[in-house]
Design a protein around this ligand. Structure first.
Ligand SMILES: [Zn+2]
Ligand SMILES: [Zn+2]
Length: 128
């Protein structure tokens, strides 16, 4: 492959994850840091990614993913329930710096996401 094209494709992959120009694939990697998996024990659910992109656009502000995918061992380590949707790419925990987390959650709900608000920890669990 031509080096120039290869560079463009790498850049695209780094910037956008499928149809989500505001999120990079790496933001959803399992945070076991390679201890138990290669970071991607499952594919991220397309519907979830589209809704996260819609949320980001509705807020018109950056959205930070604090937890995306989780392998089985990492999920157990962080106290996730065994059937956690983080294990199958159907959940992400997030917050938007400077924006009230309850507002982030209510907009996420209005976009069709199911949410669990972690007020004290300052993030919202979103799943499809
Ligand atoms: Zn892992
Ligand atoms: Zn979660």
């Amino acid at each position: 492959m031509n080096a120039f094209i290869k560079k463009i494709q790498t850049t695209l992959n780094d910037r956008g994850y499928g149809p989500t120009p505001h999120f990079a694939k790496a933001e959803f990697a399992c945070d076991c840091q390679g201890a138990y998996c290669n970071g991607f024990p499952a594919a991220m659910n397309l519907g979830l990614l589209l809704k996260l992109e819609a949320l980001r656009n509705a807020l018109n502000a950056p959205v930070i993913i604090t937890s995306g995918l989780r392998c089985e061992i990492r999920n157990a380590e962080v106290g996730g329930i065994p059937g956690s949707k983080h294990r199958i790419g159907q959940a992400a925990d997030l917050y938007a710096p400077g924006i009230d987390i309850t507002r982030v959650a209510s907009i996420a709900e209005s976009l069709g996401l199911t949410t669990i608000l972690y007020l004290e920890q300052g993030f919202v669990h979103c799943e499809v």
